[in-house]
Design a protein around this ligand. Structure first.
Ligand code: EAX
Length: 338
């Protein structure tokens, strides 16, 4: 009896102590690790920090989102696999490796698919975007929304790019998907798929001559240190997805899930805004850093990549194994994106 009451007093004192002195940060009941591939100053990480703040406030410190940038937790592909296994809770990733998990997402990897941001958002936030994002539920992952990486431009260390012919023979790093490989081949370049984390060194050591990424990535990763020429081709619109492991999601209460979903939408809008601002300001910054910038006429590039849209294996993958469905989706996006 005496021992029991002593124990009760100890437990009570302990819980009193922790509730009095513990700050919510670091003592959250739920910790969600969120990994990204890009450098800390990149828009993805600004957005995850914004999201983390909203979630911490609204959950009153119960949920803490911890950011791990710069491929610390592995490549984008590794992180998505981590979500499936439950060894990682969240990631904000480009569509680069996602075709390995949901082939239909290759639809958004097609070159020159969207003419501007409005048409991107119209499709991604509409039924086509929702249907494709929902396919992640079948592979143990849940999408919390379409963020963006941005319109991609080509950099290289060899020469200014003014026309597709200037791409001839350039060794260019691409993200790991056949749509990107086919696109660069159709422009006459030699594509080499590689994880983003290895790219700076590959450029520095001249394993590749070229790469392509939105200005926000080129700037935050300091590619201007190892690449002289920037061509504003805008050949791919690169969406990004905020993803959560289904295992982590199911551990949350419906109320907590609601907090995450709302914060994700708010952080998405914030991220799209800073992404657009980055595009408006960073060309001048990159020039200041010594890059020589060209603005090629896009028409011959659009023409050169047309065969990618007819590639049977791409069309089939987009349709989830059904080429007719793949073609229907491509047509529907082109219709909506106009
Ligand atoms: O998601 O792999 C890439 O080039 C991506 O644009 C980058 O990692 C951001």
């Amino acid at each position: 009896m005496r021992i029991l009451s002593k124990k009760i007093i100890m437990v009570t004192l302990f819980s009193l102590f922790t509730s009095l002195f513990a700050s919510p940060i670091g003592y959250a009941q739920t910790i969600l690790k969120c990994g990204t591939s890009t450098q800390p100053s990149h828009i993805y990480n600004q957005a995850v920090e914004y999201f983390a703040k909203l979630v911490a406030d609204r959950s009153k410190g119960e949920i803490e989102v911890q950011l791990f940038p710069a491929s610390q937790l592995g490549s984008e592909r590794d992180m998505v696999e981590g979500l499936q296994l439950g060894s990682l809770e969240m990631t904000l990733t480009s569509t680069g490796p996602l075709g390995n998990f949901v082939p239909q997402i290759k639809l958004f990897n097609l070159p020159f698919l969207f003419k501007d941001r409005e048409s991107c958002y119209k499709v991604l936030d509409g039924p086509i975007g929702a249907d494709i994002a929902a396919l992640f539920n079948k592979v143990g992952i849940r999408s919390l929304g379409w963020y963006e990486n941005g319109f991609r431009n080509i950099t290289n260390s060899k020469r200014p790019i003014e026309k597709p012919e200037d791409m001839n023979g350039l060794k260019i790093r691409v993200m790991e998907d056949d749509v990107f490989i086919l696109t660069m081949k159709s422009l006459g370049a030699s594509p080499l798929p590689m994880a983003f984390g290895e790219l700076y060194t590959a450029l520095e050591q001249k394993t590749v001559d070229a790469q392509e990424n939105p200005l926000a990535v080129i700037h935050s990763s300091r590619f201007f240190e190892v690449q002289k020429y920037l061509a504003m081709t805008g050949h791919f619109y690169s969406p990004a997805l905020l993803l959560i492991s289904e295992i982590a999601w199911q551990r949350l209460t419906p109320e907590q899930q609601g907090i995450l979903a709302d914060a994700a939408t708010q952080a998405r809008d914030y991220e799209r805004k800073i992404s657009m601002e980055a595009d408006q300001t960073l060309e001048a910054e990159l020039k200041k850093e010594g890059m020589q910038v060209s603005h090629p006429d896009k028409a011959p590039f659009v023409k050169a990549v047309a065969p990618v849209y007819e590639n049977p294996s791409v069309v089939k993958a987009i349709g989830g194994g059904d080429p007719t469905e793949g073609q229907r989706l491509i047509d529907a996006v082109q219709q909506a994106a106009r």
